[in-house]
Design a protein around this ligand. Structure first.
Ligand code: ADP
Ligand code: AMP
Length: 216
């Protein structure tokens, strides 16, 4: 089964994807996490992506499509993928369809996590991330046990550069202009299901899992 989690930045895609991927045996592929790992490793792709990410713009389609196609084709993704943050443009969605078809595969379900802009802005500016293990917290909604420290014993949490207020505004604009049209794209294909992502993590998770069970 191949599932896409759609939604604005801060909708809770990563939070839900981590749990749901584990529950359904899917490989969680977050394009944002993969790009941040490329940056950390100092690769050519990471260097090319940097300026786009830091200003809240999208990394060019051809770079992201090639990167994600490589991850989707890996043996650890053979049982199915849970895509988080990809696709983000119509060109990416069409390229993904072509890539999966080439592998004799397809998207089975697209879940749109709907959350109003005001809520996601607060979620992003309050987000704290562990640079070592990738765990995600929120200062109010999901605080770590010790202020500013990862529960996994990794050390200090950080504020992502692009979670600062000015960049958050640009990321929301980018989302509405370039990614929101994918809701109609997948609705026309009969694949779209919408979930009210403004509820608690557990309530949203229960709705996401129910949709995945239905698509199995
Ligand atoms: P995305 O991957 O869509 O950008 P995240 O999963 O990283 O979003 O969540 C963004 C922030 O919102 C994080 O700080 C996370 O702890 C918090 N969060 C996620 N889901 C919820 C929820 N249902 N209610 C409140 N806060 C949430
Ligand atoms: P995210 O972690 O999903 O919020 O992504 C962080 C940043 O990485 C985005 O603001 C973009 O600059 C870049 N990015 C992540 N996924 C994509 C994608 N599918 N297409 C283009 N850029 C992306």
């Amino acid at each position: 089964m191949n599932v896409i989690l759609l939604g604005p930045p801060g909708a809770g895609k990563g939070t839900q994807a981590k749990r749901t991927a584990a529950a359904f045996g899917l490989k969680h592929l977050s394009s944002g996490d993969i790009l941040r790992a490329e940056r950390k490793a100092g690769t050519e792709l990471g260097r090319k992506a940097q300026s786009y990410m830091d200003r809240g713009a999208l990394v060019p389609d051809e770079l992201v499509v090639a990167m994600m196609a490589d991850h989707i084709a890996r043996p650890d993704a053979a049982k199915g993928v849970l895509l988080d943050g990809f696709p983000r443009t119509r060109a990416q969605a069409e390229a993904l369809d072509r890539e999966l078809a080439r592998m004799g595969n397809r998207i089975d379900l697209v879940i749109d996590l709907a959350v109003p802009d005001d809520d996601v802005a607060g979620r992003l500016t309050g987000r704290r991330s562990c640079p070592k293990c990738g765990a995600v917290y929120h200062i109010r909604f999901h605080p770590p046990k010790t202020d500013g420290m990862c529960d996994g014993g990794c050390g200090a949490l950080v504020v992502r550069e692009d979670d600062k207020e000015a960049v958050v505004r640009q990321r929301l604009k980018t989302y509405h202009e370039q990614t929101e049209p994918l809701i109609a794209y997948y609705r026309e294909k009969g694949l779209l299901r919408q979930v009210d992502g403004s509820r608690s993590v557990d309530q949203v998770g229960a709705a996401v899992d129910a949709l995945c069970r239905g698509a199995q």
